[in-house]
Write a protein that binds this ligand. Structure first.
Ligand code: ADP
Length: 643
């Protein structure tokens, strides 16, 4: 009958501990029963001691006051001692049987006590008191629950009734004594039950907590391993082979395996190939590495595709991997997970344990199967692997495409430059009348051809420069040089076509005392490009270049000023972008250039660890200020800056 909630009856089972309903988890129940048995076994000696102490003292009184009972007393005490010794031996050597053994031994002790009182015609009340005390003692000492205590109580009662029948003398009615004994048995059984419930609850909650902690530790271990893997894979992302090797090694160490192999599908040849292998027995590595299996005939591939995670716990009873190879590899067990892209298996990540024997001949496998954490980790690693390997391959493909593009651009630009120089050479000859007289119209037309050809040459030069920078082929070379030499070089190498009759070009006073440690060629290119722009966008007035030292900032400033068209404020943030031109392509026809000059300038300045600022006013002119560090402390190699 179900007890009403909150009733008096229910309160007997209420432990005062707020807890969810008791879950009957078989493993926890089993562990609880084991713990109970071991506790009973552990308490057997102490209980025996208490029994001997109290019953022994009682016996001494009997011995003292009733000399005629001594013989019986001696026999009973010997039997009791033998029983207690037997109980302790059982507790030591047969703890699994301790529960029924304890009930039997203590019922037997009750029978001994009853036998003594019956044989000596002793007081039944004394016997009842003795049995009740013993019941109280076991209720406290043995966590055997209501059943254990109840059986012992019943046994005591029967023994007591037997004693009455056998000759024990009672001062009161028999019912008085029986009632007292029933009361003692019931109350102690109830106490044992409450204790048992409480122990179970504490035990179950403890087990739950342990399990939660273990889960938490597992989750932490898995996230740490994944984090390590991600970091390792990120570091090797530029190289698919290095990525595969990292993945393989991380799998082996994170899962605590002896060996690991990564197999990938070679899409072109439709074969599965080993791309990474790690573990002991290096002599087999080459064999494993050269292993190739046609994609349709690889049983492991089909198995992981079907089941997700595949396990070999005994190499003799499997046909997923060549048995001979596993033997030579000393591999005893294997766990494999698919590396899948969009539901298509493109590889297998696997690992396992080797045999325990030093020489590989050991019989028992160190780990017959894998833990839940290992399974989860391998699955997660394989998922990460798919993404990482794909990224690495994409990066390699992108790098390859970029390399081909760079080569293409470089080749085409070079090929264009050669005939263009020929065109310019002949145009110059024609313009200078070296090949005969020209009409004014012809002269005018040839001048235009010449101008456009020069623009085209600049454009090709810009494209070549950008191409070199983008492909990282412009290393930074640091040297010490006088700034004046740079300005001198820019000034003398300025193509005549850039100059304009109404624009005065001023390179300022000689800066003989200023010395810079930087990349000379790049500094020259920066100044030259800025001067070129200033000349391009100035019809009349001045273009000036000045240099100033900024000791506080440990920098040198190049300032290129012009009195040209100026740039609208809203355009300023974008003029350094690649291919960005103010007013779009209209400028191309007018001035040449495609919007690469300032982009090149900014990339070079970045590589030298400098900065550039621009102030401009439409109709009044512009000022570009380049600040370069005196010492190239954080000089970033252009290769790095461009990647
Ligand atoms: P472009 O090859 O068109 O000159 P740049 O990258 O050198 O390309 O410059 C980008 C844009 O910035 C130019 O189209 C031009 O409109 C503007 N610009 C650059 N320098 C100046 C300057 N000194 N005066 C006016 N406008 C300039």
């Amino acid at each position: 009958m179900a007890a009403p909630r909150g009733s008096l009856w229910e309160s007997v089972f209420d432990n005062g501990v707020d807890s969810p309903p008791l879950a009957a988890d078989a493993t926890v129940v089993q562990a609880y029963l084991d713990a109970t048995r071991s506790l009973i076994a552990k308490r057997a000696p102490l209980t025996a001691f208490l029994f001997i102490f109290f019953v022994g003292n009682g016996s001494l009184l009997e011995w003292w006051y009733y000399a005629d009972r001594r013989e019986t007393l001696l026999a009973v005490c010997t039997a009791e001692l033998a029983l207690l010794a037997g109980h302790m031996i059982l507790a030591r050597y047969r703890p699994a049987r301790i529960w029924p053994a304890t009930v039997l031994v203590y019922v037997a002790l009750a029978i001994c006590m009853s036998t003594y009182f019956a044989a000596s015609h002793g007081s039944a009340e004394m016997l009842a008191i003795g049995l009740s005390l013993a019941l109280g003692g076991t209720g406290v000492m043995f966590p055997w629950g209501a059943l254990g205590q109840g059986l012992y109580g019943l046994g005591s009662l029967i023994a007591y009734v037997g004693a009455l029948g056998g000759g024990a003398t009672s001062q009161l009615t028999m019912m008085h004594d029986v009632f007292a004994l029933i009361a003692a048995a019931s109350i102690t059984a109830l106490g044992a039950h409450v204790l048992d419930r409480h122990r179970w609850l504490v035990f179950r909650n403890g087990a739950e907590l342990q399990r939660a902690n273990a889960r938490q530790r597992q989750e932490t271990a898995i996230s740490n391993a994944l984090l390590n893997l991600t970091q390792a894979l990120n570091n090797s992302l530029r190289d698919p082979q290095a990525t595969a090797e990292q993945l393989n090694e991380q799998t082996r160490s994170a899962l605590g395996l002896d060996w690991a192999i990564t197999v990938l599908l070679d899409a072109q040849r439709q074969v599965y190939r080993t791309v990474a292998v790690s573990g002991p027995y290096h002599e087999v590595f080459d064999e494993v590495r050269t292993l190739e299996v046609a994609s349709g005939t690889f049983p492991l591939h089909q198995a992981v595709q079907r089941e997700g995670l595949v396990e070999i716990t005994d190499r003799e009873r499997q046909d997923l991997l060549p048995r001979g190879l596993m033997e030579r590899w000393h591999a005893r067990t294997m766990l494999a997970a698919p590396i899948a892209r969009a539901d298509r298996v493109v590889g297998v990540l696997m690992g396992g344990h080797v045999e325990t024997g030093e020489d590989g001949s050991g019989s028992a496998p160190r780990h017959a199967s894998f833990t839940d954490t290992q399974r989860r980790l391998l699955k997660s690693f394989a998922q990460q692997a798919a993404v990482a390997l794909e990224n690495a391959q994409l990066m390699e493909a992108a790098r390859e495409a970029s390399r081909i593009k760079s080569e293409f651009v470089a080749t085409v630009s070079h090929e264009l430059r050669t005939p263009l120089n020929v065109i310019l050479g002949y145009t110059d000859l024609l313009v200078e009348h070296a090949l005969g007289a020209l009409s004014p119209e012809q002269h005018e037309a040839l001048l235009r051809v010449r101008l456009r050809s020069l623009h085209l040459l600049d454009l090709i030069q810009d494209i070549l420069d950008v191409n070199r920078i983008e492909s990282g082929r412009v290393p930074v070379t640091i040297e010490e040089f006088p700034v004046a030499e740079v300005l001198q070089s820019v000034s003398t190498n300025l193509p005549a076509a850039w100059r304009k009759p109404e624009v005065q070009l001023d390179f300022g006073a000689p800066h003989g005392h200023l010395v810079l440690r930087s990349d000379r060629a790049k500094v020259e290119m920066i100044v030259r490009n800025l001067v070129h722009n200033a000349l391009k966008y100035t019809e009349r007035g001045t273009v000036s270049v000045s240099v100033a030292s900024r000791p506080a900032a440990r920098a040198l400033e190049f300032v290129v000023r012009d009195t040209g068209t100026g740039i609208a404020q809203e355009e300023l943030p974008r003029i350094f972008d690649m291919f960005h031109q103010v007013n779009g392509s209209a400028r191309l026809l007018e001035n040449g250039g495609v919007g690469l000059g300032l982009y090149i300038v900014r990339r070079l300045i970045d590589a030298l660890g400098g900065t550039i600022a621009v102030h401009s006013e439409v109709g009044r002119g512009s000022q570009f200020t380049v600040s370069l560090p005196l010492e190239p402390t954080p000089v970033v190699a252009l290769r790095e800056a461009t990647q």
